[in-house]
Ligand binder design. Structure first.
Ligand SMILES: [Fe+2]
Length: 305
């Protein structure tokens, strides 16, 4: 964050983005792609997949690796939105082939690119040029993301992530190679995905994470997620996790009052600070469930005001 000239109030670690690190072997990538190729989106299968994801040992090993990279212990935001997959493919090819079964051949996985060799110019030279980026410049809805590459991007150009620095300029960061992941504090950094050139496929899996510690700043928002979600399931999980956080915070403060000999004035001050913080947190919990207003850019920043 310091190198980028940033000091966001929502940051929970000094790490803005990691170097790509190996997270899955080629065999692991193949398994994930096989899973994605299943056309069976039935509830039974979704449950089986969730069961797979939550096999405790694997889940713990993954979260440990990702947390270690982030410099803060992370957990999935909530079950409803553990991850999503971005798929970019050649339209003609996708018509005729099962793109997920068309397995990558880069073996063993490698991350050969020296990050210092990245050309720091945008294709058009203009940071605000809509043609240079995919979607918009934005902050992510969730505090942390883990982006895992499920394609072999060898030979492709473009497709980097551009991060907005404190002085308004930007830094281009190369995406990960097959089986590699980067962990980014995307909720606290204004960023954009740059367009990729060439016709190759690009499949990435993006996991949504938040700090495990309920006392940490929680910058989680619902943003556009609520437009494409079942509100019954989403709001139940959103509100219950937020109440868990507030409960844990209440217990922590209670413990402090019980165990430390504070003066009446100190208790009053501590309590006021705590209540003010929880009021904001709870108010935001409610306003995030209100209908989408279409305020794209400000959405991730709204709760900070
Ligand atoms: Fe993003």
């Amino acid at each position: 964050m310091k190198e980028l000239g940033l000091n966001p109030p929502t940051a929970t670690s000094p790490i803005a983005i990691t170097e790509p690190f190996l997270l899955f072997t080629v065999e692991g990538v193949k398994e994930l792609r096989r899973d994605l190729s299943s056309r069976d989106r039935s509830e039974a299968r979704m449950k089986a997949e969730a069961g797979n994801l939550y096999r405790p040992r694997e889940c713990e090993a993954l979260l440990n690796a990702v947390s270690q990279a982030a410099g803060v212990e992370l957990v999935p935001v909530f079950d409803y939105d553990i991850a999503h997959t971005n798929v970019q493919v050649d339209a003609e090819k996708a018509k005729n082939e099962d793109i997920y079964q068309d397995l990558p051949d880069a073996e063993p996985p490698k991350q050969p690119t020296d990050p210092s060799l990245i050309d720091q110019k945008l294709p058009t030279g203009d940071i605000n040029d809509k043609n240079a980026v995919v979607g918009d410049w934005h902050n992510d809805v969730f505090p942390w993301v883990c982006v895992l590459m499920l394609s072999d991007p060898t030979g492709m150009s473009g497709g980097e992530t551009a991060l907005r620095k404190g002085d308004g300029s930007f830094l281009k960061v190369r995406g990960p190679e097959l089986g590699y992941a980067v962990v980014m504090q995307g909720g606290s950094i204004h960023h954009a995905a740059l367009k990729q050139h060439g016709a190759g496929e690009r499949i990435t899996m993006v996991t949504s994470l938040r700090p495990k510690d309920p006392l940490a700043i929680d910058g989680t928002t619902l943003g556009r997620v609520k437009i494409v979600s079942d509100p019954d399931a989403l709001f139940k999980q959103w509100t219950t996790y937020r109440m868990d956080v507030v409960s844990a915070r209440a217990l922590a403060l209670k413990k402090k009052f019980v165990e430390e000999s504070l003066s009446g004035e100190e208790i009053r001050e501590e309590m006021k600070k705590w209540v003010d913080e929880q009021k904001k947190y709870l108010d935001f919990t409610v306003t995030e469930m209100e209908p989408w207003t279409g305020e794209d850019e400000s959405d991730a920043n709204r709760w900070r005001k």
